[in-house]
Design a protein around this ligand. Structure first.
Ligand code: BG6
Length: 487
């Protein structure tokens, strides 16, 4: 693909972990792929009083950890570092915005991107300073990292204040799950093939499972995480976005509004979980000490920075439905947690059982057909079906058709941020959340948080390195279902 138009990308929070481990490596890779124009500048900003050379030295060190050795080649290396500049900015005192303005002066006709990889309590302040310094040009865009608010009211407040400075179509709300290759492949699978669409409905689908399990704990971000919890950190955004892509109606095209209109309809059709129904259909957990891959790890309450009385959930499982003609009555099970047995993200569509078995006892093993869409660690699609096992008897066994994307395309799948950053520079909003989606997601999440608060009980403990509290399996067992955990 050809390179983008000339740009200035101003990166706030440039010394932070996200910038060093994801954003700058992603830009470097796209530069290597020839997608950044000669006149494309990256102006890094942070509160630290660094000079350009010291900042570059830090980036070089970080790249040593986050890029493969064979990616760190000349002349790419040199060209990328030539693009980098650094300005020290303190959003509290507004110091440094003048310097930034100086660097941007005379470049008003370039695409201008302000990427706010900072804590959300700085979003509004930074945007106001940018505005006050006349930096919000017609071609300016702002990129906001999650979390966008803590609840509906705070999400609205942030959105409205930023909305007074940037037009809605200049605001890019990042949900990096939408940038993952497999998520876009899911769109391709659903709408680029005729095969699945007739089956993609209540008549044929028994349940849908979306599961994102992590082995990592919260070390290093306990302060943030303890105020947030798994429901806000993962479900409100990533998991609901995945659910939207699975459940939405075919959009008329791949344009931003067509896709986002359909996602919004799904969010609005989600069966609300309130009061008793929230308590009955959700499970909260918190990890205790255990072992991950054979290594002992502390419990959540022992993590540095976590108050000993914390009731923050590090695990959540829930059951909901999409109340419309296509999906009425089909359970959508969502599960996510830290310090679980494996790192994996997948979507599983379980199809219904055959109505009658002609094979008698030789046919066992529950759900014969399931489609597993794997987002990580390996990306691919697996279709499980029953086949006869070799031999002189009619013995049936589950087997699977495997599509491994890396193998099929013989190519490293790009990181989510590579795709999303290029979309920002090209002005493509399809993979970013619109304001009404954000509100709809918070409106659905908030009653669950309220019900938990009112109940006032502690999350259920689970041992690190397991699949979460037993109640999570029980939630599905009620309907004779179970989490897909094999392979
Ligand atoms: C982030 C959450 O949005 O997503 C983290 O804040 C989580 O807590 C991360 O670890 C997971 O992303 P990925 O791409 O590693 O699955």
């Amino acid at each position: 693909m050809k390179s983008t138009k000339p740009f200035d990308l101003v990166l706030f929070g440039a010394t932070g972990d996200l910038a060093m481990s994801k954003l700058l490596p992603a830009l470097y890779r796209r530069d290597r792929a020839g997608q950044l124009p000669a006149d494309g500048r990256i102006i890094a900003t942070a509160r630290s009083r660094l000079d350009r050379d010291t900042f570059i030295a830090r980036v070089e060190a970080a790249f040593g950890d986050h890029l493969e050795a064979d990616e760190r080649t000349q002349p790419d290396w040199h060209r990328f570092f030539e693009r980098l500049d650094f300005v020290s900015i303190d959003a509290d005192t507004s110091g440094g915005f003048e310097d930034l303005a100086g660097k941007l002066r005379g470049r008003e006709d370039r695409t201008r991107v302000f990427y706010l990889a900072v804590a959300p309590n700085y979003f509004v302040e930074i945007c106001e300073h940018l505005n006050a310094h006349g930096l919000v040009t017609e071609r300016a865009r702002v990129v906001l990292e999650k979390p966008l608010g803590h609840d509906l009211a705070s999400a609205r407040a942030i959105t409205e204040q930023i909305g007074a400075i940037f037009a809605e179509d200049a605001i890019y709300r990042i949900d990096h799950y939408l940038g993952k290759e497999t998520v876009q492949n899911l769109i391709a699978l659903r709408f680029g093939n005729m095969l699945f669409e007739p089956l993609w409905r209540r008549d044929w689908v028994r349940d849908v499972q979306i599961s994102v399990s992590e082995q990592l704990g919260v070390s290093g971000r306990a302060g943030f995480y303890d105020r947030t919890g798994a429901l806000r950190d993962m479900v409100q955004n990533h998991m609901l976005q995945l659910l939207c892509i699975i459940a939405m109606e075919p959009p008329s095209d791949i344009g931003a509004d067509a896709v986002r209109d359909e996602k919004l309809k799904v969010l609005r059709a989600l069966k609300g979980l309130e009061g008793q129904s929230a308590l009955r259909n959700t499970v909260r957990g918190q990890y205790r000490a255990g072992a991950i891959a054979g290594q002992p790890v502390p419990g959540y309450l022992e993590e540095e920075g976590v108050p000993a009385s914390s009731r923050t959930e590090t695990f959540v499982a829930l059951r909901t439905e999409v109340a419309n003609w296509r999906w009425a009555g089909v359970p959508f099970y969502l599960r996510t947690g830290k310090r679980l047995q494996e790192r994996a993200a997948e979507i599983v569509v379980n199809f219904r059982d055959v109505p009658h078995s002609i094979f008698g006892m030789a046919y066992d093993s529950g759900r014969p057909n399931r489609l597993v869409i794997k987002l990580q660690p390996d990306e691919g699609v697996r279709l499980h079906m029953m086949a006869k096992s070799p031999g002189d008897r009619m013995q049936l066994r589950p087997v699977s058709l495997n599509l491994d994307f890396a193998e099929a395309f013989q190519q490293r799948p790009p990181d989510a941020y590579e795709r999303l950053l290029m979309d920002v520079l090209r002005g493509r909003l399809t993979l970013f959340m619109r304001r009404d989606e954000l509100y709809a997601a918070w409106s659905w999440i908030e009653p669950i948080l309220d019900a938990w608060n009112e109940a006032g009980d502690a999350p259920k403990p689970y041992t690190a390195g397991t699949w979460g509290p037993a109640a999570s399996s029980a939630l599905l067992a009620r309907e004779d279902a179970s989490w897909h955990e094999e392979d």
